[in-house]
Design a binder for this molecule. Structure first.
Ligand code: GCU
Length: 607
């Protein structure tokens, strides 16, 4: 492995020979490279699970086809960290997906780690050795489905299921031995470019066209995981054009995939992005539930509804999407975003496991049957732009395998595997990462409001940026109050939840501080549980967020990271400090100008 790239697989010295194509053979090779003695038994009935027992001179590893590979990586990680491996494990979800938002032209939508790993100049363009390295990284944390192209499918990316099939097959062959199946995003209106005069899902010609196309695809890539679809969302085509609902729309495609064992992953990120801000009857977070909940039980069994973790769009703080509590008769996947679109763009440090834990503390893990995340990957040497963003990818794999992971343990494991730091520095790094989300939250938008960002690129503070836009993302701050009442007496959003959750958030007094302004419109002189006024809490959080970032910079400077991670992290911290200062000053000035209330501690708020 090149010294330019520190990953959590430092124990793997050598590239895997291309002629190893069975997961068990790769497992043997990896174990040998890592100096771990283990006998391997493949028991297909064990699926992806594995068991490890100690023997006289090493270990006995049993597992299903890819289970043995997952188990082998566990053995290697245990050796690397000096821990004893777990005795057995099996994944909670059978589909553990990564969604790449890579475009055929080589750009990556919301990509913060360089250009696409797969495409450039309107065609496939990748380094096979790098692909194998990526496949290894994914397998080492048990990720098993990789959707390689953006959900916003633009020509020529639609050719992935057409003229690019031979190249798709070549790429699939690289990932296959690692138990990673490819998936592709498709364009719902595609039949119309091939002589069908509609994309109406109930039209027989449309259904037949997709059936034929699926047959062509599966002839070439027989284990393709399936299709991913963004329909009727942010300008994408979909069944609404023909007066059809999304069960009708999804089922047509699902039937085309079914004979081949493919799944149809259908995203529920559907809302009106042309909203009139004057319209008080529409509340964007209500949209997904309104579009889907009533369709429960109407989807084919190979349809998976992919639902973003929150009802808006990956803000630093959102409630769990109410749709994730609904639709008991439908297969659902929760969707996270590793790409730090709204969470610092892989410039600011933002470790996600504490956020995921909060989500799964509130959402029973069995409410979903699959898990997906938008990747944070790109062509940068270190794959993720910020070297610490790799911790999110690593931890996501662990979470997809077992949603009950303990954030600090997983972050520590990543740190140990990636950098062999002295214990005090390792602690410092783990604590820095563990606190990074809370700090970011403090210096950005307050108490669950979200969206005070620059439109389009979504980095940096702009409190009025989305206020009178068609995007449905408003805070409505005036001189007295801020936030939106989403309770029964307001937009009624809260009524989409089961009753226990309604009770939790219904009154400003009960509602946890972090979401107070998501659910309630509060006056600046509203007194919080700790005795501070709302406006004072806003000022305090922002000053604290900035101070904490300054403290993070000092801690970071004291950690002896290997080069080039040290330089990359230091340069990004410099930009994070600038960002935190901008946020702190702009948000505080914004609220000070509106409210006219002075900071009780007399700190500088610019006029
Ligand atoms: C966000 C993001 C878009 C993306 C969309 C999606 O709105 O800004 O770039 O296409 O989410 O999830 O489809």
């Amino acid at each position: 492995m090149s010294v330019k790239c520190h990953t959590w697989l430092p124990f793997l010295g050598q590239e895997i020979p291309a002629d190893l194509t069975a997961p068990a053979d790769i497992a043997r090779f990896e174990l040998e490279q890592g100096g771990v003695k283990a006998s391997l038994t493949v028991e297909p009935a064990m699926g992806e699970g594995w068991q490890i027992a100690k023997t006289e001179d090493g270990y006995a590893l049993r597992g299903g086809e890819s289970g043995v590979l997952y188990g082998a990586y566990q053995l290697l990680m245990a050796k690397q960290t000096g821990a004893e491996p777990q005795a057995e494990s099996a994944p909670r979800y059978s589909l553990r997906m990564l969604n790449c938002w890579d475009n055929a032209d080589g750009s990556v939508e919301r990509g913060y780690a360089g250009r696409s790993l797969f495409f450039e100049g309107g065609k496939f363009d990748y380094d096979p050795a790098r692909m194998r390295q990526l496949a290894r990284m994914l397998a080492s944390v048990g990720l098993n489905v990789l959707c390689i192209n953006n959900v916003n499918v633009r020509f020529p990316a639609d050719q992935l299921v057409n003229t690019w099939l031979p190249e798709l097959a070549e790429l699939a062959a690289i990932f296959r031995p690692f138990g990673v199946r490819l998936m592709v995003s498709i364009d719902y209106s595609m039949p119309m470019r091939y002589g069908v005069d509609t994309a109406d899902p109930l039209d027989e010609d449309v259904a037949q066209w997709w059936k034929d196309q699926a047959e062509k695809v599966y002839k070439v890539v027989p284990d393709l995981a399936g299709f991913l679809v963004k329909a009727d969302s942010e300008g994408r085509p979909g069944p609404f054009t023909y007066g059809r609902n999304h069960a009708e729309g999804a089922n047509m495609l699902a039937r085309a995939l079914k004979p081949h064992g493919g799944v149809l992953v259908w995203r529920c990120f559907v809302y009106n992005c042309q909203q009139d801000w004057r319209d008080l009857t529409t509340d964007r977070p209500k949209a997904a539930y309104e579009h889907y909940a009533y369709l429960d039980g109407q989807f084919e069994d190979n349809v998976i509804l992919q639902i973003k973790n929150g009802p808006f769009d990956f803000q630093v703080r959102e409630p769990v999407s109410p749709l994730l509590y609904a639709m008991p008769g439908t297969v659902k996947a929760i969707e996270f975003q590793l790409a730090q679109e709204y969470t610092g763009q892989q410039i600011d440090i933002y470790a996600m496991p504490p956020m995921w834990k909060e989500i799964f503390d509130e959402l029973p893990a069995d409410n979903v049957q699959a898990i997906a995340a938008v990747t944070n990957l790109g062509r940068d040497d270190n794959f993720t732009g910020h070297p610490f963003a790799a911790a999110n990818l690593f931890a996501y794999g662990c979470l997809a395998w077992n949603p009950e992971i303990v954030p600090e343990e997983v972050i520590r494991l990543w740190a140990k595997l990636t950098y062999a730091l002295p214990a005090d520095q390792e602690d410092a790094l783990v604590q820095l990462l563990m606190g990074s989300r809370r700090t970011y939250e403090k210096y950005t938008s307050p108490l669950g409001l979200g969206w005070m960002i620059y439109p389009h690129h979504h980095y940096g503070p702009n409190p009025g940026g989305y206020e009178y836009t068609p995007w449905g993302t408003y805070h409505k701050a005036d001189r007295n109050a801020v936030g939106i009442d989403r309770t029964a007496g307001g937009t009624g959003y809260l009524l989409q939840y089961p009753e226990e959750l309604q009770a939790k958030y219904a009154t400003p007094e009960n509602c946890p501080d972090e979401l107070k302004l998501f659910y309630h419109r509060l006056r600046y002189d509203y007194v919080m549980a700790d005795g501070r006024t709302l406006i004072q809490r806003i000022y305090d959080d922002h000053f604290e967020g900035l101070a904490e970032t300054q403290a993070m910079a000092e801690v970071l400077a004291g950690i002896d990271l290997p080069s080039p991670d040290r330089e990359v992290a230091a340069e990004r911290m410099h930009r994070q400090l600038h960002n935190a200062r901008e946020w702190c000053d702009i948000i505080n000035t914004f609220f000070h100008r509106l409210s006219g209330v002075e900071d009780a501690q007399g700190r500088t708020i610019y006029l």
